[in-house]
Design a protein around this ligand. Structure first.
Ligand code: NDP
Length: 445
C-alpha cells in the first residue's frame, strides 16, 4: 500500500463520520504520490500524518436572541489547520449544513490554495450552522456579535485572519469587525472583506469571480483561444457567481444561467449587464430567490435543477461543494463543454473530475481557480499593515499576476511530474511542496 493510502486509511479510521474531509484528503493525497515517491524525506518525517491533523480546532456555543425575544443556540467553529507559511487564513461559512467535516475539508483545501497564491498565509476555516436566510438585520447582527464574542479570543492580525464565505458577506463582516473592535479596543486587519471606507481592499468583493475568469483565460491562452464569444453557464447567484458573470461579460462572453438552492434560471438571450445588476440587487439587497429573475425577464426556470444540462462552451460552478456529479460531467462533455473553472470549493465530485480529465476538458480545480479571493484578502492584510489603500487598478494588476503565477506553477508541476494538463495534480503538488518544506525546516511542528 502506498504511503498516501496508508495515511488516508488512518484518517478514515480516526474520523469515520467526516465524508467531505475524506473526499478532500483523498483527492490531495492521491495526487501527491509522484512527489512522495521521488522525495522519501516527506515520508521519513511523517509529513502527511502531520498535514492531515489540524493544529487546533475550536468549537463554541453561540447563544443569541431572535426578534421575538426567544433564545436561540447555534454552534460556532474555527479550524486552525496549518500555520507553516503564515497566519491562519480562510473564510467563515454560515449555513445550516455546516459541520466539522465540511469545515475540515474547506480548511484543508485552503492550506494548498493559500500556498499557491505566493503570499504568506496559512490555512484555516470556520463558521456556524446559523442560517442567515430569512433573518432580520437585527438578528444577523446579534448572532454575529455573539459569535465574535467567543471567536475574538483565538484570532488576531498576526494569528488568524478570517474572511467571508457562503452566508458571510459585507454585512456580516461589518458586524463581526465591529464587535471585535469593541471587545479588543483595536482597529486592526483581523478580518478581510471589510468595507472600502474602513480598511477593506478595492476588488476584494470581485476577486474570487474575477480570479476564476482570469484563470480560465490562462487555460485558454495555453490553446491560443480566448473567452470572447463563448457561451458560459454559471451556478449559484451569490458573490462568486455575480462577479464571475461581470468579468465574463466584460471579456465578451455570453452568460446564460444562474442558480440558487431552489433552482436554475436559463436565459438563452444572455444575461447582460442590466440583468446582472438586477440579480445583484435581488440577491444582495432584497435577499430574494433567483426564480424572480425568470418571472421578470421571461426566462426559463428549472425548479430543483442545476445548470449542467444546458449546452455551453465553458462552465463556472460557483455555488457549493459536490454540485457536479459524474453524470453531470458526462453530460457537459457530451454537449461540447471544454472548459470548467471551479469558482466554488470542490464543486465537482471525484468521478466527475476524472471524466473531465480523461476527456481533455480544460479543468481548473477550485484551489487554483478560486484562489483570487484569498489572494486579494492577502493584499488587504498588506494594505492594513502598511495603513495604505491601493487603487483598483493596482489591486487588479496584482490579482491578474497572481492568477497567472498560480496557473503557471500548477501547469509546471503537472508537467514536471509526468501528467501535463492535469491541474489537479499540479496544483496539489505545487501547493504541497512549499508547505511541506516549511514544516521540515521548522522542526517537529
Ligand atoms: P454566497 O453565499 O454569496 O452564495 C452562495 C450561492 O450558492 C447562493 O446562490 C446559494 O443559494 C448557492 N448555494 C449555497 N449552498 C447551496 C446548496 N447546498 N445547493 C445549491 N446552491 C447552494 O457564497 P459565495 O459566492 O461566497 O461562495 C460560493 C462558493 O465559492 C462556495 O463554495 C465558497 O466556498 C466558494 N468560495 C468563495 C470565496 C469568496 O471569496 N466568497 C472564495 C473562494 C471560494 P441560496 O441563496 O439559495 O443559498
Amino acid at each position: 500500500m502506498s504511503y498516501a493510502s496508508e495515511v488516508l486509511e488512518k484518517v478514515i479510521r480516526r474520523d469515520p463520520a467526516q465524508p467531505e474531509f475524506h473526499q478532500a484528503a483523498q483527492e490531495v493525497l492521491e495526487s501527491l504520490e509522484p512527489i512522495l515517491d521521488r522525495y522519501p524525506k516527506y515520508r521519513r518525517n511523517s509529513i502527511l500524518e502531520r498535514l492531515v491533523e489540524p493544529e487546533r480546532i475550536i468549537t463554541f456555543r453561540v447563544p443569541w436572541s431572535d426578534d421575538r425575544g426567544d433564545v436561540q443556540v447555534n454552534r460556532g467553529y474555527r479550524i486552525q489547520f496549518n500555520s507553516a507559511i503564515g497566519p491562519y487564513k480562510g473564510g467563515l461559512r454560515f449555513h445550516p449544513t455546516v459541520n466539522l467535516s465540511i469545515l475540515k475539508f474547506l480548511a484543508f483545501e485552503q492550506i494548498f490554495k493559500n500556498s499557491l497564491t505566493t503570499l504568506p498565509m496559512g490555512g484555516g476555516k470556520g463558521g456556524s450552522d446559523f442560517d442567515p436566510k430569512g433573518k432580520s438585520d437585527g438578528e444577523v447582527m446579534r448572532f454575529c456579535q455573539s459569535f465574535m464574542t467567543e471567536l475574538c479570543k483565538y484570532i488576531g492580525p498576526d494569528t488568524d485572519v478570517p474572511a467571508g464565505d457562503i452566508g458571510v458577506g459585507g454585512r456580516e463582516i461589518g458586524y463581526l469587525f465591529g464587535q471585535y473592535k469593541r471587545i479588543r479596543n483595536e482597529f486592526t486587519g483581523v478580518l478581510t472583506g471589510k468595507g472600502i471606507g474602513w480598511g477593506g481592499s478595492k476588488i476584494r468583493p470581485e476577486a474570487t469571480g474575477y480570479g476564476a475568469v482570469y484563470f480560465a483565460q490562462n487555460m485558454l491562452e495555453g490553446r491560443g483561444d480566448s473567452l470572447d464569444g463563448k457561451i458560459c453557464t454559471i451556478s449559484g447567484s451569490g458573490n462568486v457567481a455575480q462577479y464571475t458573470a461581470e468579468k465574463l461579460l466584460e471579456l465578451g462572453a455570453k452568460v446564460i444561467s444562474f442558480s440558487d438552492s431552489n433552482g436554475t434560471i436559463y436565459d438563452p438571450d444572455g444575461i447582460d449587464t442590466e440583468k446582472l445588476e438586477y440579480v445583484m440587487e435581488l440577491k444582495n439587497i432584497h435577499r430574494g430567490r433567483i426564480k424572480e429573475y425568470a418571472e421578470k425577464y421571461g426566462a426559463e426556470y428549472r425548479e430543483g435543477e442545476r445548470p449542467w444540462s444546458i449546452k455551453c462552451d465553458c462552465a463556472f460552478p460557483s455555488a457549493t461543494q459536490n454540485e457536479i456529479s459524474a453524470a453531470d460531467a458526462q453530460q457537459l462533455c457530451d454537449q461540447g463543454c471544454y472548459l470548467v473553472a471551479e469558482g466554488a470549493n470542490m464543486p465537482t465530485e471525484p468521478e466527475g473530475a476524472h471524466i473531465f480529465l480523461s476527456q481533455k476538458v480544460l479543468f481548473g480545480p477550485g484551489k487554483a481557480a478560486n484562489a483570487g479571493g484569498v489572494a486579494v484578502s492577502g493584499l488587504e492584510m498588506s494594505q492594513n499593515s502598511q495603513r495604505l489603500s491601493w487603487s483598483r487598478e493596482e489591486v487588479d494588476q496584482y490579482l491578474k499576476k497572481i492568477m497567472k503565477a498560480i496557473y503557471t506553477s500548477a501547469a509546471g508541476a503537472a508537467e514536471e511530474f509526468g501528467q501535463p494538463g492535469n491541474l489537479i495534480l499540479g496544483a496539489n503538488i505545487a501547493g504541497f511542496r512549499k508547505i511541506a518544506d516549511a514544516m521540515l525546516a521548522q522542526g517537529l511542528v
